[in-house]
Write a new protein. Structure first.
Length: 324
């Protein structure tokens, strides 16, 4: 909710103050105001602060904090909602402070909506919003965009501790269990192995997650304009692509025009249109046609991998080493 100069005076707050909460009379949890912080490495803080002052046409408040790491950018009129913070990290960033009258209740509400607690200090709770911060780099050609994207310091979301070793262990445990469902069974294999085999030879075969690695990495050109969508690219499943775009952007599937190019050695990868939907998102954001090409590294890392298989074959031999 916005607060003008009259509101600041009403609550006896200095412009830029963040220490006094506003408690509504009915006791409900209220977001009092929002503050955007520019987090800048200490070595470059002076230049960064001067830059933001010039861009926003603001004055700098006296510094505060134990190490004088905080300052507020004060506009000539209106609310002071921009602040600068010097950090020890080498990577610049920004974050949003949500000031509420009940930190615990507001944090619990945010957690219910999908936020993840990073640090809890009682009166200050640091949380990461669902999906984190999305960044897209748009340039005039691929190599320029790739170079810019490589300079980004991205923090990817966690995978809940899942690993190849855990997947392997779960499949091995399932294979040794008694709860499997027989798809096809001919004869009496279990009885023969148990009753008539003098010896049993058993081998296990494992096929881990494998990337499709199409000869041409996934790519798409997209145009989003006024709710109409048109895409071009190596797309194996046209209907699935239309439905995915319709679900992501709230349009009718039949209104999505799909132009299919040569597949470029897909091996099944381009049945899943995640890269096409991504291209449409970027086109909508920048307001013009966009061609998206995933690098070979991105294509391998973010593939829709082939299923993980764990198989066991057993053969029974009689006393004469003949198959039973």
């Amino acid at each position: 909710m916005p607060y003008d100069a009259t509101t600041w005076r009403r609550w006896n707050l200095a412009a830029g103050s963040i220490d006094v909460p506003i408690v509504p009379e009915n006791g409900a949890v209220t977001v009092c105001w929002l503050t955007l912080f520019f987090d800048t490495p200490r070595d470059s803080a002076a230049d960064a602060t001067a830059f933001w002052q010039e861009v926003t046409k603001t004055a700098l408040s006296p510094r505060r904090g134990n190490r004088e790491e905080f300052a507020t950018l004060l506009p000539e009129t209106g609310d002071a909602y921009l602040r600068v913070q010097e950090i020890d990290s080498d990577t610049a960033g920004h974050h949003l402070d949500v000031h509420a009258d009940d930190v615990e209740a507001q944090s619990a509400r945010a957690a219910e909506l999908g936020a993840v607690v990073v640090d809890n200090r009682g009166s200050l709770v640091v949380m990461r919003s669902p999906g984190g911060l999305t960044v897209c780099v748009v340039a005039d050609h691929f190599w320029q965009a790739k170079g810019a994207a490589d300079r980004l310091d991205l923090v990817l979301s966690e995978n809940d501790g899942l690993s190849s070793a855990i997947i392997d262990g779960r499949l091995r445990e399932a294979l040794d269990g008694e709860r499997a469902v027989a798809a096809v069974e001919t004869g009496r294999p279990r009885e023969l192995l148990r009753e008539r085999a003098a010896s049993v030879i058993e081998r296990r075969f494992v096929l881990p997650h494998i990337a499709h690695a199409p000869l041409e990495p996934v790519n798409a050109t997209a145009l989003y304009k006024g709710g109409a969508v048109e895409v071009w690219g190596p797309i194996q499943a046209v209907a699935a692509c239309q439905e995915a775009i319709a679900a992501a952007f709230g349009v009718v599937a039949d209104s999505v025009k799909v132009n299919v190019t040569f597949l470029g050695g897909s091996f099944g990868r381009k049945i899943v249109p995640d890269y096409v939907v991504q291209a449409v998102h970027v086109s909508k954001a920048v307001g013009r046609p966009v061609k998206l090409i995933r690098s070979r590294e991105e294509d391998m890392q973010h593939d829709v991998y082939r299923p993980y298989y764990y198989d066991r074959l057993a053969a029974g031999l009689n006393s004469e080493f003949r198959g039973t």
